[in-house]
Design a protein around this ligand. Structure first.
Ligand SMILES: Cc1cc2nc3c(=O)[nH]c(=O)nc-3n(C[C@H](O)[C@H](O)[C@H](O)COP(=O)(O)OP(=O)(O)OC[C@H]3O[C@@H](n4cnc5c(N)ncnc54)[C@H](O)[C@@H]3O)c2cc1C
Length: 422
């Protein structure tokens, strides 16, 4: 058998494995490596943090998405281009190797925890299912701490939240957290909703920079009226345990700081020696890594030139999925001796949910706002969920969210034996 090895089970890698399984010649197989055994539908992670969706409903096992592929839940630690092998650790920490005939890199990007001093120690990232579950738990714990805390100043610290970055993720997570807090505050006696502060700190002149100005202005107005304070034109110089240093000597109190900015290359790729620019692998328009005929890269980890506008593709799931479609065509063409084709895609527009049942978006260049945009936002993401089962579960979650209050149960993972060791 000849083998295509894919690294990464995200939007790019899992989708490619699914597409290839049906079309590969009989003597070819797909071997997919991913650190987690599931694909994460990241656009809905902010809703997990805000307790609008069950965490398990935004993930899907990669081996169920692509049953024809062999899936290994393992982190690839080294690439040997000379021997055409990838190296990973087995269950007993032993070093194992597998060979490839074609290697496809779809490892995404890592969060840069060193972009802002203090982020590593005091900040919260939102990238994985684990991040979303932990952050959801933490927000609920902050409410419980505030309820137990007699000192007013300390209570104010527990009840203050700051999101660094007013891009799509930052705005969505701030709106979602605010929604959960609005619905939950009434169950606590020591504080009121007015005592809770949610802030967005954006270095640029407005939030949601890639959207038209009027949509940003609408989002800012609605977020402010729902209780989110927006600070634009401020740069965060340090994240501390009790807040953030901003600008020239300013300080904003925040017991919880969520960083939605800053990506970096995975160590695997950084150490690979492959050509890169601004933290992304350099590929030619057909997504072949420059100088390597049988190595390909796509998704967030690669700077894929878009033939539609001549620009590098942005780091977005919708681009990763389109690249996967072209990647499948190109691999099949190459296996049968034909030339691969360049990637070309015109974006259909973007949406951002801003909380309180509202969103903004520009599908096909048409500006939409409010509840209509929110329903469109939900319909778009719902239709992109990878399985009918998950689509059904998400539909129930959203129906539940319309009728009932958000769930403030802390998903405790403390076991009896851990409690006894304390
Ligand atoms: C909170 C959030 C919200 C977002 N919202 C949107 C949105 O609304 N619309 C949109 O278009 N985009 C959105 N994005 C961006 C989108 O998630 C990314 O563009 C997309 O995930 C990129 O797909 P990918 O396959 O390249 O990488 P990823 O989806 O990040 O997948 C990479 C995979 O590779 C694995 N991996 C990495 N290194 C290794 C290794 N050494 N060995 C084995 N496996 C490895 C990872 O574990 C992961 O499974 C959002 C992102 C976040 C974080």
């Amino acid at each position: 058998m000849q083998r295509i090895v894919i690294i990464g089970g995200g939007f790019a890698g899992a989708d490619l494995a699914r597409r290839l399984q049906r079309k590969l010649p009989k003597d070819w197989e797909v071997l997919l490596y991913s650190r987690e055994n599931h694909f994460v539908f990241t656009p809905l992670l902010p809703e997990v943090v805000g307790a609008a969706i069950n965490p398990l409903h935004v993930v899907w096992p990669v081996r169920e998405m692509a049953p024809g592929a062999t899936c290994r839940t393992a982190e690839v630690e080294h690439l040997d281009f000379e021997k055409q092998e990838v190296e990973y650790r087995g269950p007993d920490n032993q070093i194992l190797r597998e060979n490839y005939d074609h290697l496809v890199l779809g490892c995404g990007l890592d969060v840069n925890l060193d972009l802002v001093p203090g982020m590593r120690d005091h900040g919260w990232a939102l990238k994985t299912l684990g991040d979303a579950i932990e952050l959801r738990n933490h927000v609920i714990q902050q409410l419980e701490r505030a309820e137990a805390e007699p000192d007013e100043d300390r209570r104010a610290e527990f009840l203050s939240f700051a999101v660094v970055g007013g891009g799509f993720t930052g705005v969505e997570v701030a709106g979602s957290i605010r929604d959960m807090l609005s619905e939950s505050a009434r169950f606590y006696k020591r504080f009121k909703l007015e005592d809770i502060r949610v802030n967005i700190l954006e270095a640029g002149p407005r939030v949601l920079g890639p959207l038209p100005e009027s949509l940003s202005a609408y989002a800012e107005r609605k977020l402010e009226s729902s209780g989110v304070t927006i600070h634009t034109g401020v740069s965060v110089s340090e994240i501390k345990a009790d807040g953030v240093d901003i600008g020239d000597g300013g300080f904003l109190q925040a017991g919880t700081v969520i960083g939605s900015i800053g990506n970096t290359m995975h160590t695997l790729l950084a150490e690979s020696g492959l050509p890169s620019e601004r933290g992304r692998i350099l590929v030619d328009p057909s997504m072949q890594v420059q100088g390597h005929k049988n190595i390909w890269a796509f998704g967030d980890c690669a700077s894929v030139p878009n033939a539609y506008d001549g620009k590098p593709s942005p780091t977005l799931g919708q681009f990763a999925v389109r690249q996967s479609k072209q990647m499948a065509v190109n691999l099949l063409a190459t296996l049968s001796g034909r030339e691969p084709m360049p990637f070309s895609y015109h974006t259909r527009g973007m949406f951002a949910a801003i909380g309180s049942g509202k969103a903004v978006g520009n599908p096909f260049g048409i500006k939409v706002t409010g509840f209509l945009a929110y329903m469109m936002w939900r319909a778009v993401y719902w239709s992109k969920m990878p399985s009918f089962a998950r689509r059904t579960q998400i539909a129930f979650d959203w129906a539940w969210d319309l009728l009932f209050r958000r769930d403030i149960v802390e998903l405790s993972t403390l076991t009896t034996s851990q409690r006894h060791k304390k």
